[in-house]
Design a protein around this ligand. Structure first.
Ligand code: CP
Ligand code: NVA
Length: 298
């Protein structure tokens, strides 16, 4: 049984295949318009979502499949009315795969390990692999070759940046991880697992974005993050015009969205010419479709 939980569970070749399929889906959507006929995807969101909700549901419809959004409380997916594994076993009698967004990565992994139905990670506290694959597709559309470009992540070490590290550990592109010192100290042990020559870690945004071709950021406090004092760690971390000017001339700005304007990014940058945030949002759909085809294919 195939699941899509984290990028680092896959080989580089498999991720390249998913990306290639996503590009084909974008170029020739008609060819795939009935590939998921008679298949049903269940979507369960235990946190808010706009892009993931739309890209999975509309993406599935465009593949000729059906989708069903289930509210965890309504179906008793909380280990109280009945066990989660009983819920999953029952779900598997009606639907062909589930996408779950939750705040407990271990629970998602446990569900996948039951191997009763393909499980897709639609974001957890730990990772957001669908986002990063969509972003890599957007980067490749912009630069054709990712090998010589410099990507700078500036912000929190969170679910999105962790998935970016997972991808970097397969493709070895140049990545500067620019995070506040206090977060670096807390994450040192985990970050050491990803160490390689192309990965550099900075705490100074100016140094970490110099000559960058791609600056990526995200909210400073993610959904479900209990550390509400965190914002004060990010002094000088706002992506503004000055930071973009410090980077390469051809720099693009990326953000998974939703954004907190004037916090991690100024409106001037978010809405500016170098911003590709809407392309990122659109590419999510082709990536979700490629992942659906991958997990549903026998
Ligand atoms: N980027 C992203 O996953 O957006 P949503 O939280 O709106 O799904
Ligand atoms: N890091 C953000 C990503 C939202 C798509 C969060 O988890 O809230």
């Amino acid at each position: 049984m195939k699941h899509f939980i984290d990028i680092n569970h896959f080989s580089k070749k498999k991720i390249e295949e998913i990306l290639l399929l996503a590009n084909k889906l974008k170029k020739n959507p008609k060819k795939y318009s009935s590939i998921c006929k008679e298949k049903t995807l269940a979507l369960i969101f235990q946190k808010q979502s706009l892009r993931t909700r739309l890209s999975f549901s509309i993406g599935m419809q465009k593949l000729g499949g059906n989708y069903l959004e289930l509210n965890s409380n309504d179906i008793g997916f909380n280990n109280i009315r009945e066990s989660n594994s009983d819920v999953l076993n029952v779900l598997s009698q009606y639907v062909d795969c589930i996408m779950l967004r939750n705040n407990n990565h271990q629970k998602l992994k446990d569900l996948a390990e039951l191997n009763v139905i393909p499980v897709i990670n639609g974001l957890t506290d730990y990772s957001h692999p669908c986002q990063i694959l969509g972003d890599f597709m957007t980067i490749q559309e912009n630069f054709k070759k990712y090998k010589n470009i410099n990507i700078s992540w500036i912000g929190d070490f969170n679910n999105v940046s962790r998935s970016l590290l997972h991808l970097q550990n397969l493709f070895y592109f140049n990545l500067n991880l620019v995070i506040p010192d206090i977060i670096l100290q807390k994450s040192k042990k985990e970050l050491s697992k990803y160490s390689n020559k192309q990965l550099k870690i900075y705490t100074d945004p100016i140094k970490g974005t110099k000559n960058s071709n791609c600056i990526m950021t995200d909210v400073w406090v993610s959904m479900g993050d209990k550390n509400k004092n965190k914002k004060k760690y990010f002094k000088n971390f706002t992506v503004d015009k000055n930071l973009l000017e410090n980077a390469n001339k051809n720099v693009i700005f990326m953000h998974c969205l939703p954004a907190n304007r004037e916090e991690e990014v100024t409106s001037e940058v978010l809405d500016g010419n170098q911003s590709v945030v809407l392309k990122q949002a659109k590419n999510r759909m082709y990536i979700q479709q490629a992942i659906l085809i991958y997990v549903l294919k026998k």
